[in-house]
Design a protein around this ligand. Structure first.
Ligand code: EPU
Length: 424
């Protein structure tokens, strides 16, 4: 196993280029199951999670090749309908193959993902949605065995809570159903817009993009198409918060600032200088001084609210502020695993249920320590803390980071950080 070592205390300056979004890449790759022929996906990040879903596609009979950041997937060979526990347990988003397999083969047997480090994460909304389209879902031996004779039919699906992958799974299934499907209280994350654009290019008929009510008029067949993955808003936000925490002046290029309305507001309230163009952000913050970072409360919400995937990173920043703030996590019940690790670096944080009270250190600094990554975004908050801390931080289990951040060491080095990987 490898660990990440950071010598903290250096400002971040220069430019960093943002990769394609992991959480758009995964559903777009799954959507290639919907049609035979060669699908072309540009701006594809090379991540542990994208490699996992490609392995899953291979196990279903598909072939693919990658040239730089362009991925070509041939959907013609699809002949198996089972996603095994071995693959699904390493990545919950494997559940995204359920909708396309049902649409194309009428059967899908996918291992139940189980809980993970951030919460129970049930898939009941996905299953309830498929049942509305006529699918029989059986839960047996740790697998969802879903079947339908013939084509799915249109139906109305209401989500109690907007679910990102639930919306994506239903969109893909309904695209090939007979008749019209309406998804009410659908999630509105930009990654869903990216998937709708791909499905539309494949011949799907979908109304309501970017809204919480999606209407899908099912078509008989779809064809392979060419799409581009949107820039990763969570990677963008992570680097923006890192510059704010470590101090410095950096340009974040190839991103879409419009996808981060809540974070940019929060950073400005914290006293960070934020300017933006169509595809870049410029972030600057002093490295030292009184009241450098002001305390700002945050509540995570579905898009366009503050993203849960940037909660841990913002907490690392708030641990450096000049006062007290409360960070409230409403999406996942167990997403404070980073707190104990940040405390090892000197952060003053108290958890009360789904809220964390963060007392900023003001003039004092976090101090480098040996810490452990527990999940993807928790890991990136430790990186941010390490960049801002005095001394050396060793972060073990960085395979979590590699699930969702492309070339992080190279990108941080390019910004002037002293960071490297070592064998544990
Ligand atoms: N929920 C249910 N039942 C369901 C589905 C969801 O109760 O069947 C609940 C969840 O427990 C949660 C809420 O609904 O409380 C929203 O969960 P959602 O389904 O939206 O999460 P997800 O689709 O499993 C995606 C991202 C996550 C991100 C969340 C929230 C992908 C591949 N994953 O997960 O990304 O945190 O949306 O925005 O898109 C990450 O990248 O680190 C990550 C965890």
């Amino acid at each position: 196993m490898e660990k990440l070592v950071i010598e903290g205390g250096k400002p971040l300056t220069g430019e960093v280029w943002i990769s394609g979004a992991k959480n758009a890449a995964l559903p777009l790759i799954a959507a290639t199951l919907l049609a035979p022929g060669v699908h072309v996906l540009h701006n594809m990040p090379d991540l542990r999670d994208t490699r996992t879903i490609l392995l899953l596609l291979e196990s279903l009979g598909l072939t693919w090749e990658r040239q730089g950041s362009t991925l070509r997937i041939d959907g013609s060979g699809l002949r198996y309908s089972e996603a095994s526990y071995d693959l699904v347990k390493t990545m919950r988003a494997s559940i995204l193959v359920l909708g396309p397999l049902l649409a194309r083969l009428g059967r899908a047997k996918v291992s139940m993902p189980g809980g993970c480090a951030i919460g129970a994460r049930p898939i009941n909304f996905h299953l309830m949605g498929f049942e509305q389209l006529g699918v029989r879902c059986l839960l047996e031996h740790g697998y969802v065995d879903a079947q339908i004779d013939g084509r799915m039919h249109g139906g109305t699906v209401y989500f109690d809570i907007p679910s990102v992958t639930g919306t994506e799974n239903l969109l893909m299934a309904a695209a090939l159903a007979k008749g019209t499907t309406v998804i009410k209280n659908a999630a509105r994350e930009p990654e869903i817009g990216n998937l709708i654009d791909m499905l539309t290019a494949m011949g799907a008929e979908i109304e309501g993009r970017d809204s919480d009510r999606l209407t899908i008029h099912g078509v008989e067949s779809l064809t392979a198409s060419e799409s581009t993955i949107i820039p990763d808003r969570i990677e963008t936000g992570t680097y923006a918060i890192a510059v704010a925490a470590a101090g410095g002046d950096a340009v974040i290029s190839g991103c879409n600032p419009n996808h981060l309305p809540s974070l940019l507001d929060k950073l400005r309230l914290a006293g960070v200088s934020v300017s933006s163009g169509e595809d870049f952000l410029r972030i600057s913050a002093p490295q030292g001084g009184k009241n450098r970072i002001k305390p700002v409360n945050v509540t995570t919400m579905p898009y366009p609210g503050y993203p849960t995937d940037l909660q841990a990173q913002f907490m690392a920043l708030m641990s450096l502020s000049s006062g007290v703030c409360v960070i409230h996590e409403t999406i996942f019940e167990n997403r404070f695993m980073h707190v104990a690790e940040l405390q090892r670096m000197g952060a003053d944080i108290q958890i009360d249920g789904r809220s964390a009270m963060v007392k900023g250190l003001g003039d004092n600094l976090l101090t480098g320590a040996q810490v452990m990554a527990t999940d993807l975004r928790a890991s990136s908050s430790l990186v941010i803390a390490g960049l801002a801390a005095k001394g050396r931080t060793d972060i073990s289990r960085i395979y979590h980071l590699e699930r969702g951040y492309e070339k992080m060491v190279e990108k941080l080095t390019g910004l002037g950080a002293t960071v490297w990987k070592e064998k544990e």
